[in-house]
Design a protein around this ligand. Structure first.
Ligand code: KG4
Ligand code: ZN
Length: 335
């Protein structure tokens, strides 16, 4: 089955093409115009998606060696995400499908992130724990043997990626700050500053990262701009360690409590090297597995959307096309 997937939920304009579980093309453009605003501006993102989509889709088709008529269907991200950008992707996908006389399917972006792990490990089979760590979401989901999703816990405030981005912004690292902060962290002392490990003492599986921004701000005020520059690597290392430790400990707790064999980690923050290293070590000690997507599939892309579509079709699920910016990971109960 050959599926073309379009992703426009945030600031990546992306198109991927799959033939079964093989990626034939995965083209994406990260909109850099948002960097100067320190975050994504929805109106600008919508306009950029509209401008870029025709070229990105054409390039993906060229790379795949397919004509549009060779496809079995078109899918797109219907949520969660920014309303305007989602609508642009939905309209474009609909026009493409209509013109080519192909079926049109709507995909949950969070299922897309999870499907990126299956693209990397085709033998991934439930039940297992899913940890989604992106710029907008941080949550634990139990993926049942029947493919169902049950939320076990989630952040009560900021997402892990947001914590990286907000802390990095205070250190003048631009947007998104996660990857840059992680690079600086390699040269720093991870125990130099004691940043909060929110809700770690709480027995539940909820998380909290909003204390990080306040704590980093207070430290920056104490250090003054010159001190922040001098201690930048130590600050980055200590911030990364606090976020990673929290995620690792709560993941171990979720695995134990629900007696699950392993965890599939997905979303932009799953690219983080320290998280990969510490979580893999912790899981190994517990006799559990930890799987991460290929680096190219961690952040938003079109192949993961086509993969989630394929997974849903395999299970005979409906894929409604109405855009829903607040969609959650609970396809079994959605209308
Ligand atoms: O999944 P994604 O591309 O977009 C959302 O759906 O949110 O995730 C983007 C997030 C950003 O917050 C970015 O800073 C973070 O992922 N990120 C990282 C790394 N790479 C991306 N955070 C920490 N370390 C990284 N290496
Ligand atoms: Zn995402």
């Amino acid at each position: 089955m050959k599926i073309l997937g379009i992703e426009t939920s945030c600031d990546e304009t992306a198109c991927g093409i799959l033939d079964g579980w093989t990626v034939l093309a995965n083209v994406l453009h990260t909109q850099e115009v948002h960097a100067e605003f320190g975050g994504v501006v929805p109106e600008i993102a919508s306009r950029e998606h509209l401008r870029l989509l025709p070229g990105i889709v054409r390039q993906a088709l060229e790379e795949s060696g397919l004509q549009i008529d060779d496809l079995d269907g078109i899918c797109f991200t219907r949520g969660p995400g920014l309303a305007g950008p989602l609508l642009v992707g939905a309209s474009f996908a609909r026009a493409l499908a209509l013109e080519a006389g192909l079926p049109l399917w709507g995909v949950n972006h969070l299922e897309g992130h999870l499907a990126a792990v299956r693209l990397t490990f085709p033998d991934l089979a439930p039940p297992f724990l899913c940890l989604t760590v992106s710029g907008g979401h941080t949550e634990f989901t139990l993926v049942g043997a029947d493919g169902s999703f049950t939320e076990l816990g989630a952040t009560r405030d900021d997402a892990a990626g947001e914590a990286f981005d907000k802390a990095g912004k205070l250190l003048g690292l631009g947007y998104p700050a996660g990857p840059v902060l992680s690079r600086h962290a390699k040269a720093g002392d991870r125990a130099a500053f004691a940043f909060p490990r929110g809700l770690l003492q709480d027995p539940g599986l909820d998380l909290s990262f909003s204390g990080m921004k306040t704590s980093v701000l207070r430290e920056c005020q104490k250090l003054k701009p010159e001190g922040v520059r001098e201690r930048r690597d130590d600050l980055c290392a200590s911030i990364e360690e606090a976020i990673v430790d929290t995620l690792v400990e709560k993941t171990a707790r979720a695995l134990e409590r629900h007696d699950l064999p392993g965890v599939a980690v997905c979303g932009g923050v799953s690219a983080n090297g320290r998280l990969r290293e510490k979580l893999a070590a912790r899981c190994e000690r517990m006799g559990a597995w930890a799987r991460f997507p290929d680096l190219a599939l961690c952040t938003d892309n079109g192949a993961m959307i086509a993969a989630a579509c394929l997974a849903a079709l395999e299970r005979g699920r409906d894929l409604p096309v109405a855009v829903d910016p607040r969609l959650s990971l609970s396809p079994q109960i959605e209308s």
